[in-house]
Ligand binder design. Structure first.
Ligand SMILES: Nc1ncnc2c1ncn2[C@@H]1O[C@H](COP(=O)(O)OP(=O)(O)OP(=O)(O)O)[C@@H](O)[C@H]1O
Ligand SMILES: Nc1ncnc2c1ncn2[C@@H]1O[C@H](COP(=O)(O)OP(=O)(O)OP(=O)(O)O)[C@@H](O)[C@H]1O
Ligand SMILES: [Mg+2]
Ligand SMILES: [Mg+2]
Lengths: 227, 227
């Protein structure tokens, strides 16, 4: 499903070259449940953005479901993203003057879903992350963990076949974390491909495979029982 | 040092009343090392903002070092904040088009420190959080954990007597977390007052006192050995 080959991502800041990804080869099959770990700055979010078709490599290639992503035009890329991928961003990226409910509906608006059906699915997704009583709050009227949960609900609402979640429990207490991990586990059990970036071992333990990154490279890649 | 009495914080969203703080009484003495825990949405950040003089209660009073905070004028409040308090925000609040170094210098600019001395202290603070090689990056050229560390450096740069840190390790891997906790432990050992919001038990264990919140109230408040 996901085929990353010889991928490099280079930035130039002033006179300094930053190697965010420094030669990554990776295969992830449909339905795998993967955790990506590694030190702060090791390239995890950069890799996630690449896999999620939100960024392109400086060098190397990325195939998603056989499609060479760099050859897709913008509208095709946007359609692939909207239909196949749900993304929980490390910094949430919620629309500031928009209610939680409207934020969660957004992927369904892009998918041209009629309003009644859209409302219903968004309400369900918000209920699944325990925020029914906050659906009319805008992001600045929500706590950090509530914003994170709105971002999660938005990623799940159009039932994507691939869920990419970058530090999805970073702002959540352990009880709420468990509730979110239950959602992700259920998705994985239903055959979806789930890829989480996390720095917490308890969270990584839910996955069947753990990839560790350092300095823009994959330094370890192991199977594990999962939970 | 910190005296919270009968504090309530109410919001109205549409027709709904939200009790972010629902009757809080709290005393924190100078030099205490405190962890605040509790479920997402329980009022931790709201309480922190109150203690940090960034917000005022709907009802009740707050004294900082004997001063009735609600009676201070804006410039006095700003001066108290700048001189006594370092605040690490849950969502960082970095200036977007400004380098890491310039972001960290900001409290010293407000304190009217001359440029050479400012640069030096800011460079030191950035080195202490392991980001010397990223000092000229702007926030969007930094990873999530790097932004968090810039926010931490900025809170420490003017050597505040009170450090308030809201989920300071939420985006950090365990090695980087340990480095940050060493900084905080050293501050506490030097007699500073340190108050952390965290949802991780390992982090809370560093403190000498753990306060747990639920639904806008303090439901437990215990001493512990610390580490
Ligand atoms: N401006 C606001 N308007 C309305 N409600 C608000 C506002 N700010 C916060 N709230 C509500 O007040 C409650 C407490 O918020 P607070 O940010 O203090 O929670 P928290 O304990 O820090 O949560 P988290 O662990 O998720 O960061 C939440 O239920 C939130 O929805
Ligand atoms: N736009 C950019 N310009 C320059 N450097 C960048 C840019 N974006 C990221 N970087 C650098 O690339 C490296 C990898 O960043 P990335 O966000 O992928 O790290 P990460 O593993 O997600 O870290 P964290 O755990 O802190 O979120 C970092 O050292 C960062 O400073
Ligand atoms: Mg990241
Ligand atoms: Mg909070």
């Amino acid at each position: 499903l996901i085929e990353v080959r010889g991928v490099h991502k280079l930035y130039t800041v002033g006179s300094q070259e930053v190697r965010a990804l420094d030669g990554v080869d990776l295969d992830i099959r449909r339905g795998e449940y993967v955790a990506i770990m590694g030190a702060s700055g090791s390239g995890k979010s950069t890799l996630m953005n690449l896999i999620g078709c939100l960024d392109t490599p400086t060098r190397g290639s990325y195939r998603l479901d056989g499609l060479a992503v760099e050859r897709l035009r913008d509208e095709e890329l946007a359609r692939v993203r909207n239909r196949q991928i749900g993304f929980v961003f490390q910094t949430f990226h919620l629309l500031p003057r928009t209610t939680a409910l409207a934020n969660v509906e957004l992927p369904l608006v892009y998918a041209r879903m009629p309003r009644g059906e859209r409302h219903e699915l968004a309400r369900k997704a918000i209920a699944e992350v325990g925020l029914s009583e906050r659906s009319h709050h805008t992001p600045n009227e929500l706590s950090g963990g509530q914003r994170q949960r709105v971002a999660i609900a938005r990623a799940l609402v159009n039932q994507p076949s691939i869920l990419l979640a970058d530090e999805p429990t970073g702002n959540l207490d352990s009880t709420t974390s468990d509730e979110i991990m239950e959602l992700f586990d259920r998705l994985a059990a239903a055959g979806k491909t789930v890829i989480l970036v996390t720095h917490e071992d308890d969270i990584a333990e839910h996955a069947r495979r753990v990839i560790v990154m350092r300095d823009g490279k994959v330094i370890s890649d192991r199977q594990q029982p999962g939970s």
